[in-house]
Design a protein around this ligand. Structure first.
Ligand SMILES: [Zn+2]
Ligand SMILES: [Zn+2]
Length: 456
């Protein structure tokens, strides 16, 4: 009898649970993208001249490719305490276990890495994971691994390269074959990119300026063509190498770089890169030159479906109200700047001016242009010194990624000195708030970027 009662109660509870879940599910469905029903009454149309939205969402190929691949948020493994009575342990916070089958694989600062000193009087420390007991050298996976040169020397050579000395000149100064330097550069490329990607996440940036910088061609360098003519020639050929850049004018942080042709495809690439680094939900103000290729990528990443307005039949993909985007259109005749005009693409002029007024700035792309000048000095393939070794797009891309990391993390910028706090010697990475120290290139190259972002 009692048994029957228990069963009945359990059954009732089960029914109640199912009913509750069904309701929850219904609510969840309700929160999914709304299908717009046609009602007699429509919202009033937007004024003419303002962007009306599009009936098809512009698709970002890179977002599509990344979909489904997103890293599952992992829980960090438990923190291990160093056992008592041990000798003073060496700092191993920036090292992780390279064993993919280990529970601690890829995690920084969980207390599982121990140092064993320098075996056979080698240059690199031997480490081991106390969980899976794997032994590895601290330089595993870095440029310094298995080289007969000292890390200090290699870092010096690459620093000279990052400071704008051409590959051949670097070879002469340091008595190394230019081919060796080029090989190191090519080997360090992926590591530098991974370092930059790992460090620059969740950035909070109020403004982004984008620009394209053209690869200098010989004729321009020898003075046969002036800048405008060279530009025209390049635009016609369309196959030359361009450098697409994005900068945050406040911190001077060089957010992203794409080396390639001046095509819409590369505009998508750079916008996608920038968006991926920013804190989700934060929409900065975008300023670019008159190139219209940025409009679709920005609309795609910062847009949403809106119900049809008066006179429209279908819902429209519209720019988010927070998205503000203006172009600074410069007209040149020869070397002379004829006119500068502004074109507001998303948002209104008042909104943009209000946003800029908070930082005491005006609509102009001066910052990104100044960065371009710096880049020209630092990347010989783009500057005045011709270097045949640096002339292939691949080698140019690697030099750019070296210079980008060096500029952001190693090079203090005088304009970032803070008069109020007296803080000097700040790098753009410090100003944007992702590190609190000036990195040396050696420290950058010794850092093994973890395979996934860490939750702290
Ligand atoms: Zn994208
Ligand atoms: Zn391990």
């Amino acid at each position: 009898m009692l048994d029957m009662w228990v069963r009945a109660v359990l059954l009732l509870m089960l029914v109640w649970l199912i009913a509750e879940h069904y309701q929850q599910w219904g609510k969840m469905r309700g929160s999914q993208p709304v299908r717009y029903r046609r009602t007699g009454k429509k919202r009033t149309a937007k004024p003419k001249g303002e962007f009306q939205g599009v009936t098809r969402k512009p698709i970002c190929a890179e977002c599509e490719a990344a979909e489904g691949q997103s890293q599952v948020e992992q829980e960090p493994p438990p923190q291990l305490n160093s056992s008592k009575g041990r000798r003073k342990t060496v700092k191993t916070d920036l090292q992780y276990c390279p064993n993919e089958r280990c529970r601690y694989y890829g995690w920084l600062g969980r207390g599982n890495i121990r140092s064993n000193g320098y075996p056979n009087r080698g240059r690199h420390r031997q480490l081991h994971c106390t969980v899976c007991r794997k032994y590895f050298v601290e330089s595993t996976g870095t440029l310094f691994y298995g080289k007969r040169y000292q890390p200090e020397q290699m870092a010096q050579i690459l620093t000279a390269l990052a400071e704008g000395l051409g590959i051949r000149a670097v070879g002469r100064v340091f008595w190394v074959e230019p081919e060796t330097v080029l090989a190191w550069l090519s080997e360090a490329g992926a590591q530098l990119e991974a370092f930059h990607r790992y460090q620059s996440r969740q950035l909070e940036v109020a403004q982004v300026q984008l620009d394209e910088l053209y690869g200098v061609i010989r004729a321009y360098q020898t003075g046969e063509l002036n800048e405008a003519e060279a530009l025209a020639a390049l635009e016609q050929s369309r196959t030359s190498t361009w450098l697409w850049t994005a900068i945050d004018p406040r911190s001077k942080f060089w957010l992203a770089a794409v080396v390639g042709e001046r095509t819409a495809n590369n505009a998508w690439k750079i916008v996608h890169q920038v968006v991926g680094q920013l804190k989700p939900g934060r929409v900065p103000l975008f300023l670019t030159d008159g190139n219209r290729a940025y409009e679709q990528p920005l609309l795609s990443h910062y847009g949403a479906w809106q119900p049809p307005l008066e006179g429209q039949r279908q819902p429209r993909w519209q720019a988010l109200p927070e998205l503000l985007y203006a172009q600074v259109v410069k007209k040149r005749r020869g070397r002379r700047l004829v006119s500068v005009s502004k074109r507001v693409v998303f948002g209104t002029l008042e909104q943009i001016q209000t946003r800029l007024a908070s930082s005491g700035k005006q609509i102009n792309t001066a910052y990104v242009e100044r960065l371009n000048l710096t880049i020209r000095q630092l990347v010989p393939g783009l500057g005045r010194r011709v270097n045949t070794l640096a002339h292939t797009p691949d080698s140019l891309a690697r030099q750019v990624s070296l210079v980008q990391t060096y500029y952001n993390f190693c090079l203090p910028c005088r304009s970032l000195d803070s008069a109020a706090t007296g803080v000097r010697q700040r790098t753009p990475a410090m100003a944007v708030g992702i590190t609190d120290r000036v990195w040396t290139l050696q420290a950058v190259l010794a850092f093994r970027p973890p395979p996934f972002p860490q939750v702290s």
